[in-house]
Design a binder for this molecule. Structure first.
Ligand SMILES: [Zn+2]
Length: 261
């Protein structure tokens, strides 16, 4: 009976249907962060990984439950943000990145179909121009997310990074932003943040990290190790990327959420 009433209401009053979908807001939220755990991937040269140590777990003498842990980790592992200061002295540290930079509209460039067997693939300027020919010019101050499909390989280090040799970062293979594309996006399209579903905005074989240097010099932070980018529309998802607020930090873990239009 109640269901029937709802159906009649929805038919008579479309505004009711809209209000209900707004109420069910959790359906339109997408989590773009991996969880931190013992499998969380770090750069092969990282001295430590995510550590989560129990301080208390169980029933207290007073009869109630109580749990608490300590955690520690290098700044750059898991789903994290690079503050511009990571590669550009004098640019924003983690706590200095304005909230206006961390929240904004996403543009998703999907290169997963272009990569094929080439794990060293880099987004080219031609790729960006081809994207714009199809979808229109990338709006100023967009958050530019590059989808490679690499998230499916998480958390297998060998598949995701290309190599799982501890202490050796010379044999890494995964896609990234190319130098010309990065310069164009930062300088001509004035994007305010970059993001990618791999371990680095530069591709795995990079030795001089041009994407890091170009973007961070321009105070454009980078989101790394994102996931679920395939659930986003090409343009229009609202991104909220709030990192831990470490004063003077060069980066840190970030919970990235997309609100779908
Ligand atoms: Zn980083």
């Amino acid at each position: 009976m109640r269901a029937l009433l709802v159906i009649v209401m929805l038919a008579l009053f479309p505004a009711v249907a809209k209000a209900q979908s707004m109420e069910q807001g959790s359906h339109s939220l997408v989590d773009l962060s991996h969880a931190y755990n013992q499998e969380t991937l770090y750069w092969p040269t990282s001295p430590t990984r995510f550590e989560h140590d129990e301080l208390a777990f169980g029933i207290t003498p007073g009869g109630w439950f109580y749990s608490a842990y300590s955690f520690s980790m290098p700044e750059h592992g898991g789903t994290h943000i690079d503050a511009p200061m990571h590669f550009a002295e004098g640019r924003w540290a983690l706590d200095e990145i304005p909230l206006e930079t961390l929240i904004g509209t996403a543009v998703v460039i999907d290169i997963s179909h272009l990569i094929g067997d080439d794990a060293d693939y880099r987004l080219s300027l031609a790729d960006v121009l081809a994207f714009e020919a199809k979808h229109g010019q990338i709006p100023e101050h967009s958050i530019l997310l590059l989808m490679t499909g690499w998230s499916e390989r998480w958390p297998n280090a060998r598949d995701y990074l290309g190599d799982d040799t501890p202490g050796d970062a010379s044999n890494l293979h995964f896609p990234g932003f190319g130098e010309d594309a990065t310069r164009f996006l930062v300088e001509e399209r004035r994007v305010k943040m970059l993001g990618i579903d791999t371990a680095s905005i530069d591709y795995g074989q990079s030795a001089d990290f041009p994407a890091h240097r170009i973007a961070y010099e321009a105070n454009v932070p980078g989101l790394e190790n994102l996931t679920n980018l395939h659930l986003l529309p090409v343009i229009g998802a609202m991104i909220v990327a709030l990192p831990i607020k470490i004063e003077g930090g060069s980066g840190g873990p970030v919970r990235v959420v997309a609100m779908l239009p």
